[in-house]
Design a protein around this ligand. Sequence first.
Ligand SMILES: Cc1cc2ncn([C@H]3O[C@H](COP(=O)(O)O)[C@@H](O)[C@H]3O)c2cc1C
Ligand SMILES: O=C(O)c1cccnc1
Length: 350
Amino acid sequence: MNIDDLSATIAELDSAAMQQAQQRQEQLTKPQGALGLLETLSIQLAGITQQCPPSVQKPIIVVAAADHGVAEYGVSAYPSSVTAQMVANFLAGGAAVSVLARHVGAELLIIDAGVQTAITSEAANFRSEWLGAGTHNLAIEPAMSLAQAQSALERGMNIAHELADAGHDLIALGEMGIGNTTAAACLTAIYCQQPAAVVTGHGTGVQAEHYQRKIEVVAQAVARVGSNVNGIKPLSEVGGFEIGILAGVIMGAAQRRVPILVDGFITTAAALVAQSLAPTALDYCIAAHSGAEPGHRIALQQLGLRPLLQLDLRLGEGSGAALAIPLVQAACHILREMATFASAQVDTAL
Ligand SMILES: Cc1cc2ncn([C@H]3O[C@H](COP(=O)(O)O)[C@@H](O)[C@H]3O)c2cc1C
Ligand SMILES: O=C(O)c1cccnc1
């Protein structure tokens, strides 16, 4: 993977298919523009898939899990051991995203990107892409080597290509990793040029002096790295293994013209990484929701993505992305199945 050439491997959206979708929206039996964001979404999906009407029939939620050395500084309300325990919960079908994946009829793929003690599982929906026993503490040293950052991106891209080969026509992103809102806050501070206090939220619920400490840790990490940093450096300095893999999934999916549903604060930080390496990849992204973390909103603005839902979620796992899958499918159904003014013999505007 030559990161300088990545953009060249991602095509622009198909403007002819988008124009066709736009024209069809104008003929459907509703006031012009009345289906709001669903109309915009249907046009984007046509451009992504080069199909009018587009369709989404085999969605998959990809949850990447990894640990974070910075958790040793007490930046999370929970211990790192929860990461592996939640992976077991995902595989057993008892986590929020497990329930929501079933609810919306999506497959769920769980990836060990670098949980402290590597996970072994024979489950068909488990995949090991283990990059290390969690990252180093990003407050004081690079979270990972440049080689690990590169490998994370490549693994993510390969995963996306395999999913596209298997016929998946929508990839929703999710993550699990105690401490990863700290990594996401650092990435957001760097890419959005915002102070630590503005992009740092409460994550799993850190309060009072622990929250102040978290802000200081983000400030310390950003000061350590400096503001003049680009390429894969931000990922290696303050990222996470799951974030790197998810950024790779975004770029790989864009290469294959597969739409991507971005979830919460952490997957949005992964989208910031992808944007900096391959700006055109963002054309293939859909923001599922805007959640409670202040940095999430800021990152979405930087990405130019308008979220579909606002539910005050602050869970991650892909929970918000899962909930948005039926909306993406609804946008496709509308374009495909609604009657036109002509076919239904409905009078057009005065
Ligand atoms: C039981 C449990 C389930 C979760 N599912 C997602 N997260 C979320 O919380 C973590 C990030 O927050 P922080 O940076 O404060 O650690 C991530 O694992 C994220 O996916 C969870 C957290 C917990 C405790
Ligand atoms: O916004 C998120 O996705 C989020 C917020 C808090 C904890 N974990 C994830």
